[in-house]
Design a protein around this ligand. Structure first.
Ligand code: TMP
Length: 206
């Protein structure tokens, strides 16, 4: 039995991590076998790369170097956690995946999307079955994100312009990959958003 690969995407502070957790809890309560994970990270090696990526000065890495580091972390995560879980028929819920690289590295510092796509095709090759995009106003998202991530503030430090650019980029990406994307308005109470997420899941798992 093949599993289901579900990803959550959105700008920082969109509430996607909370929604990923709520969905995992709800599916587990129904007796489903769920793996909840996140990127960058999700495996021991990838968690080590996460620290390199998210801590330190904004200009610590160029966008090109970041593409390599995020892809290296993703490859380890995929080999060690995601693929084995899917092969065992589990539902894998991942907070961010390759769409985040398409946006944050592919768009934010020049158009590097072709490089992101080439490396993805070469080293990853896996796309989610379903991607839930939690849409959120950039300024609200940044206010929510700031200060809660301790040392992991490298990307928040790029500021509200980056958030706005990423939001527009994610909305365009949802059209580009329309069949697997579901767009959900994140500017509502947590329970209403969770209800919409669950409705998407029911449709996808049916
Ligand atoms: P998080 O706040 O969802 O934990 O994500 C951490 C930061 O990493 C977030 O600002 C977006 C960034 N990121 C990328 O730039 N590229 C990627 O491929 C991923 C997965 C995350």
């Amino acid at each position: 039995m093949a599993g289901h690969f579900i990803t959550f995407e959105g700008i920082d502070g969109s509430g996607k991590s909370t929604q990923a957790r709520l969905l995992a809890d709800a599916l587990r309560a129904e007796g489903r076998d769920v793996v909840l994970t996140r990127e960058p990270g999700g495996s021991k090696g990838a968690d080590e790369i996460r620290r390199l990526l998210l801590e330190g000065d904004p200009d610590r890495w160029s966008a090109e170097t970041e593409i390599l580091l995020f892809t290296a972390a993703r490859r380890d995560h995929l080999e060690r956690l995601i693929e084995p879980a899917l092969a065992a028929g589990k539902i894998v819920i991942c907070d961010r995946f390759a769409d985040s690289t398409r946006m944050y590295q592919g768009l934010s510092r020049g158009n590097l999307r072709a490089k992101v796509d080439a490396l993805h095709a070469l080293m990853i090759g896996r796309e989610p079955d379903l991607t839930v995009l939690i849409d959120m106003d950039p300024a609200t998202g940044l206010t929510r994100a700031k200060g809660r991530n301790g040392h992991e503030e490298r990307f928040e430090d790029f500021g509200v312009e980056l958030q706005a650019q990423m939001r527009a980029g994610f909305l365009a990406l949802a059209e580009e990959f329309a069949p697997r994307f579901r767009l959900i308005d994140g500017a509502r109470d947590m329970e209403s958003v969770a209800r919409d997420v669950m409705a998407c899941l029911r449709e996808a798992l049916a």
